[in-house]
Ligand binder design. Structure first.
Ligand code: CA
Length: 225
């Protein structure tokens, strides 16, 4: 489970990240609306904790933008304002839950659990590219009548490759998104997983190939076979 926190109050953001990690999930933090929106648009998160008052772009705009782009990740909105009008605007923009600051840790945990429980039914769970389809629920990668299961990291990398099929994705981006900022993993880990994925594409008989572009990164391409 990956949770994105978009909150400019650094202390609060870090406290929430610790709490989320204690719950056994992976937390990523962004401190302004624009970075947060870009991160949310990757579609790799299971839940988003979104503040309303943010530098760059406010939480309502972030939410409307991602919903307009078919990102259905469940959102828990945080705000210092408890006005009814704000709550309604939040819910109208596509928020699933609304929590008013200050809140108790227990309240936050309960809300986040509820948000995450909802995601199974609303996240579109299949991504496709040419002759491939990837189920995000169980990591099944299929091509025609053949299919096989990907490991958790293979699934995340494949999902990033499909999402970024128009542009190459760098090793650094893959490392950050799949292993996290403070991981010890390096380029060789990414290379190893790319090679596992290439073998699986071959086993499936897919036309899709993972091409490496020097100093740029990886992208999916349709080959001839
Ligand atoms: Ca704020």
């Amino acid at each position: 489970m990956r949770v994105l926190i978009i909150e400019d109050e650094k202390r609060l953001a870090n406290t929430l990240a610790d709490m989320i990690e204690d719950m056994g999930y992976n937390a990523t933090v962004r401190y302004d609306g624009i970075d947060g929106r870009d991160e949310a648009m990757t579609g790799i998160y299971d839940a988003i904790v979104l503040d309303v008052m943010l530098p760059g772009m406010n939480g309502f705009e972030v939410l409307r933008t991602i919903r307009a782009n078919q990102i259905e990740t469940p959102v828990l909105m945080l705000t210092a304002r408890s006005d009814l009008a704000d709550r309604i605007e939040g819910l109208d923009s596509g928020a699933d839950y609304y929590l008013t600051k200050p809140f108790e840790n227990l309240e936050f945990r309960a809300c986040l659990r509820a948000v995450i429980r909802r995601q199974g039914s609303i996240i579109p769970d299949t991504k496709t590219y040419d002759d491939l389809s990837l189920s995000l629920t169980d990591g099944r990668l299929s091509c025609g009548s053949r299919s096989l299961l990907l490991s958790a990291k293979e699934k995340e990398i494949m999902s990033l490759l499909i999402l970024n099929a128009q542009t190459a994705i760098s090793k650094e981006t893959i490392l950050t998104k799949v292993w996290g900022y403070d991981s010890e993993a390096g380029d060789n880990n990414v290379e190893a997983y790319i090679s596992f994925l290439r073998k699986k594409l071959t086993l499936l008989g897919s036309r899709v190939q993972i091409n490496a572009q020097r100093r740029v990164g990886y992208r999916l391409e349709v080959g001839n076979s």
